[in-house]
Design a protein around this ligand. Structure first.
Ligand code: IPD
Ligand code: CA
Length: 263
């Protein structure tokens, strides 16, 4: 196993620290489901607490780096420094409904290129991590994208547009219609960072979604690439971190799936 570098250790320790609070709060959500008010306020407080811990830990370890989190206000970036993109709770809707599938995602980006990433699923205790040129790992095992090349045995993941994503449903329905009958299955698990981590781990052959943010994607992009997979925009463009559409897959099926999805 490759030894995690200093920066991966910093990111992993921050994620594990923030996750302690998330796991404790997740234990409460079940109780709150039945209350009149519901757990929504409680969950956004859990999200903010996680955000705060991550900001504190990362800026303590790397005070000069830029730091963008889903829950904090964007500050002007210093272009000479790398940027952490942090999602303190990816899979918020799952968390809110007491579904144990969520994670913390921390990506490190230089210029526009993700160079390191950590994604931690505290319920399954799986930590996915990758660094440019050093490979991708889940816990201490090396990750590789799947080698399946047959469309009919491929399992795909996606994100279905939801409230506030007006105008995307028609396009999505067409994509789904193009692909669902050709493959072994399509999953909508509800945490974009884990969709990418699972693609890197060879659990899915591919994942696509429109309307994601850099904090959903930065860590997962480097993971899929370091696991031997390919990542682009669905139309083939390379503005993948900020472009809004992500398409990640194993190398064998990349072109064929993209052709079908965009037909
Ligand atoms: C969302 C989840 C979801 C994806 C959305 C994301 P959040 O992030 O990753 O799977 O479909 O695009 O915004 O709101 O749970 O952090
Ligand atoms: Ca997210």
């Amino acid at each position: 196993m490759s030894q995690p570098s200093a920066i991966i250790n910093v990111m992993a320790m921050a994620a594990k620290k923030a996750a302690l609070g998330l796991v404790r709060d997740f234990g409460e959500v079940d109780q709150l489901q039945v209350s009149q008010k519901g757990p929504a306020d409680f969950v956004s407080a859990a999200d903010l607490r996680s955000d705060e811990i991550l900001r504190r830990e990362l800026s303590k370890a790397r005070p000069d780096y830029n730091l963008i989190t889903e829950e904090s206000e964007a500050k002007p970036l210093n272009p000479d420094q790398p940027t952490f993109y942090v999602d303190p709770l990816d899979g918020t809707t799952n968390f809110l409904h007491a579904i144990p599938h969520f994670c913390i995602s921390i990506g490190l980006v230089e210029g526009k290129k993700p160079v390191a990433g950590v994604i931690y699923d505290p319920i399954k205790d799986e930590i996915f991590w990758a660094e440019q040129g050093r490979g991708a790992f889940v816990n201490d095992r090396r990750m590789r994208v799947s080698s399946r090349s047959q469309l009919n045995s491929a399992l795909l993941a996606t994100g279905i547009p939801f409230k506030g994503s007006k105008g995307r449903m028609e396009k999505f329905t067409k994509q789904l219609n193009n692909i669902a009958g050709q493959v072994s299955g399509v999953r909508r698990m509800g945490a974009a960072a884990l969709d990418l981590a699972y693609t890197a781990a060879g659990r899915y052959e591919a994942y696509w979604e429109e309307g994601c943010y850099p904090w959903d994607l930065a860590a997962g992009i480097i993971m899929v690439r370091e696991a031997g997979g390919m990542v682009s925009e669905l139309d083939g463009g390379d503005q993948v971190l900020h472009g809004g559409t992500i398409y990640a897959s194993n190398a064998n099926l990349h072109d064929e799936l993209r052709r079908r999805l965009t037909a």
